[in-house]
Design a protein around this ligand. Structure first.
Ligand code: 3H9
Length: 696
């Protein structure tokens, strides 16, 4: 027998127990074991087979690490068909997460029982593929076409109770998966229950599949897998037979398996998990954090306080005046009311979080007992240093002192205290209780356990924490500045901001850079430009139209006008006609003759700027690995997940082509388009960014 599947007999029932930790993924050994177990049960004259998983879960899916490698027999689709075809009564007992190929094994079984806490789903589309072991054919037969379409195209996990209601499981019972499975199988045998193969059930009803396809494609912003999955479900209704439907599913599955999007999404899956695994933290324990202080109750401070409260930690927030205290409390309550409305917390929790769990005060002595403080005050070095001086006075020894600065030097802030080893950057993204990214910025003297504490807090807040070194803008904002500049250059040279936004949206971003500027407030970036102006290199090209817009008092959504005009009550904006005039004036002043840009060129320049700066960030050690950059852009900047991140995208496009284009652009502006040394090195060595991820 295979090690991954244990075989035993309980009277007339053969019991197949999966033992492939951590999640009983259906790798080749598991598949071999299941096949051998079914065959042996049949040969031995068992009457029923029970399949269940040891440890934390039933099968959580196919083994993703096998994707892209040569297939090994038995394949999962063949195995599922073989299980379904068995003359014995096959029962699956589910706990934990029965996902993807896992649920497909269960759907091939003749009866399904689950514990109440079990979750099930077909999340394959999130990995850029579709259920490829009969899931698109069996689920609609069992639960109906609409249910199957919704579950398969969203990848949503459903609870055992919902699965019961939708007919996906036959019974939900509390208990040990082995025991409840044996008891159910025994009962079925006693009743003389018939084998019940889902594949032999009638084809499900047809719906308007073209409409479903179009809707899903639009929602996915260019992600192909959910839309392709619609066609597979369509085959269940229209292919003529179960076997033909399976064939169609297989063909569509293989199409997606060969796609770049599949590679991007699987990269994102593993990178999301690898990003918090830092070799430097091996064996380092974080400090305990049982309460958190927040300095400043503006949008950012209130958002951070909300995130911390929602994670179950009490907060002490400090503001300067009683009015500001009241305003901060109001903001936090507003955020929590939103969570209440969306059903994330109960009325009782709302009362607790806005009551006993939250202290808002003007008095720094209230921070005496907190374990970690996040400062989120105005971005000004003098102000920050003053705050850190006070924290040094009032916080207990060993408290972690964090700054939420977006670009100021954390070393300089740390130097305002007598304990720089306890100082770290925790860079949240607004709104901090919603956005998943947390940049954990390591200063020169930050102690390893303080870094570990930053990561532990990130995990507690359910954020994706990424380690960053110190530079202007850290990982994300530094890269964003580069691609935003590239966008402004193409506009100065003749493209329109609206073309750029549309092209960037077409790539899969939720928003283009000019829409984004309008949303964030153009004045914020204007202030940063003014700050940088005195030290700007004279060789840098400086488009002026952005500042001209701000000088006219148009800051975007907050003033009703920016690159777009926002009418009250309207979603989104319409192009602001004055912008074209400003751009024309800028061009005339700078002696630029505008030219046309194809959409492809706009996108290429935007992406090359992003990749080039990202390569510099990795090359300089600001980000440790390419995957760290990828996760920053995915979780903080709306980079489309199906491309995996800018450096995964670059690998997929080919680094030599990207470098060649950067060199060509440098012919017109060799200051901005200086190729990243790391990019040049990788091309010279014939390597990819991916190789640097593996090296760690
Ligand atoms: C599929 O089934 C295709 C079929 O339709 C057709 C085939 C023909 N494979 O997430 P965690 C690892 S597609 C390999 O930290 P949690 C994971 O990398 C599959 N490895 O734990 C991590 O490793 P490490 C459809 C896997 O408790 C460790 O297990 N299924 C797989 O937060 C723990 O994972 C899915 O898409 C896998 N399938 O969450 C489910 N799954 O410790 C994907 C996990 O080295 N998995 N690992 O970093 C999940 O959603 C979550 O892992 C799960 C547990 C909810 C199960």
């Amino acid at each position: 027998m295979s090690e991954a599947i244990a075989y035993e007999r309980e009277g007339s029932i053969a019991v197949l127990k999966a033992q492939n930790p951590p999640v009983n993924a259906l790798g080749v050994e598991v598949r071999k074991g299941l096949l051998a177990g079914i065959e042996r049960a049949e040969q031995e004259g068992a009457k029923a087979v029970l399949i269940y998983g040891e440890g934390r879960t039933y099968f959580a899916g196919a083994d993703i690490r096998e994707f892209g490698k040569p297939p090994q027999e038995p394949s999962l689709p063949d195995l599922c068909n073989r299980i379904e075809a068995s003359p014995l009564l096959v029962v699956s007992s589910m706990h934990g997460t029965a996902l993807g190929g896992g649920l497909e094994v269960a759907l091939s079984s003749h009866y399904r029982v689950a514990v109440p806490s079990a979750k099930m789903g077909l999340p394959e589309v999130n990995l850029g593929i579709l259920p490829g072991a009969g899931g698109t054919q069996r689920l609609p037969r069992l639960a109906g076409t609409e249910v199957a379409l919704e579950m398969i195209t969203s990848g949503r996990h459903v609870s055992a109770a919902e699965a019961l209601e939708k007919g996906i499981v036959d019974r939900v019972v509390d208990g040990d998966p082995r025991e409840i499975g044996l008891s159910y199988a025994g009962e079925l045998l006693e009743q003389g229950a018939a084998r019940r193969a889902v594949g032999e059930m009638p084809a499900p009803e047809a719906v308007d599949f073209d409409a479903a396809y179009a809707a899903v494609l639009k929602k996915g912003r260019g992600q192909l897998s959910p839309a392709t999955a619609v066609r597979a479900v369509q085959a269940a209704a229209e292919a003529g037979s179960f076997e033909e439907g399976l064939k169609r599913e297989r063909a569509l599955f293989m199409e997606l398996m060969d796609s770049d999007q599949r590679q991007g999404l699987i990269h994102a899956f593993f990178a999301e998990r690898a990003v918090s695994k830092l070799p430097e933290l091996e064996g380092v324990s974080p400090r305990d954090v049982a309460s958190v202080g927040v300095i400043g109750g503006g949008t950012m401070g209130a958002g951070i306080a909300t995130a911390v409260l929602l994670a179950g930690l009490p907060v002490v927030l400090i503001e300067m005046t009683e009015d500001a205290v009241a305003a901060a409390r109001g903001r936090i309550e507003g955020n929590l009311r939103g969570a209440l409305k969306r059903g994330k917390i109960s009325e009782a929790q709302f009362a607790e979080l806005t009551g006993a769990a939250l202290t808002v005060s003007t008095d720094y002595t209230a921070l005496a007992q907190v374990d970690l403080v996040v400062e989120a005050v105005f971005e000004d070095m003098d102000v920050k240093r003053e705050v850190f001086g006070k924290l040094d006075t009032h916080c207990k020894p060993g408290a972690v002192l964090a700054t939420n600065t977006s670009y100021l030097d954390v070393d300089e802030i740390a130097a305002a205290t007598s304990r720089p080893q306890d100082v770290i950057g925790l860079h949240f993204f607004s709104p901090a209780h919603v956005m998943k990214l947390l940049e954990v910025v390591v200063a020169e003297k930050t102690a390893p356990e303080v870094l570990a504490t930053g990561f532990a807090l990130g995990k507690r807040l359910k954020k994706v924490a990424v380690r960053s070194g110190i530079c202007d803008g850290f990982i994300g904002n530094r890269i964003m500045n580069a691609y935003r500049k590239a966008a402004e250059y193409v506009v100065l040279d003749g493209a329109s901001p609206y073309q750029v936004d549309e092209v960037v949206r077409g790539f899969g971003f939720p928003m283009g850079p000019f829409e984004m500027g309008d949303l964030a407030g153009l004045d914020i970036n204007w202030a940063a430009r003014k700050r940088r102006a005195p030290t700007r290199d004279p060789r840098e090209r400086v488009p002026r139209f952005y500042e001209m817009l701000c000088e006219g008092g148009d800051f975007g959504q907050k003033t009703g006008k920016g690159f777009y005009i926002y009418e009250a009550g309207q979603r989104g904006g319409v192009p602001n006609p004055e912008v074209a005039e400003l751009i024309a004036r800028d061009q005339a002043q700078q002696g630029v003759t505008p030219r046309e840009f194809s959409d492809a060129e706009v996108l290429r320049r935007y992406m090359c700027a992003m990749v080039n700066e990202a390569a510099k960030v990795v090359g300089e050690g600001i980000a440790r690995r390419p995957l760290d950059v990828d996760m920053v852009m995915l979780f903080g900047y709306g980079f489309p997940r199906f491309w995996g991140g800018p450096l995964k995208w670059a690998d997929l496009q080919g680094l030599d082509g990207i470098l060649a284009d950067i060199r060509a652009y440098a012919a017109e502006d060799d200051f901005f388009w200086q190729p990243a040394p790391l990019l040049e090195q990788l091309v010279a060595e014939g390597r990819r960014f991916e190789d640097l991820n593996k090296a760690d």
